[in-house]
Ligand binder design. Sequence first.
Ligand SMILES: [Zn+2]
Length: 60
Amino acid sequence: MAGQCAPCATGTAEREPVPREGCDVCQALHRQRESARRAGHPRTVRSRNAEIAAHSHEEG
Ligand SMILES: [Zn+2]
């Protein structure tokens, strides 16, 4: 069962997409997102979120 993001847990009002484990693209985007957040670039954070959300994983 895939884990789902628990809202409110981190104090973030917006729901953020969860990077897929084992996906290099998602992990890279996730890193960029976190560093952008620390640097105070919410637009970059949103942009990375959109990219993570848009990254599809076809299995099977
Ligand atoms: Zn991915």
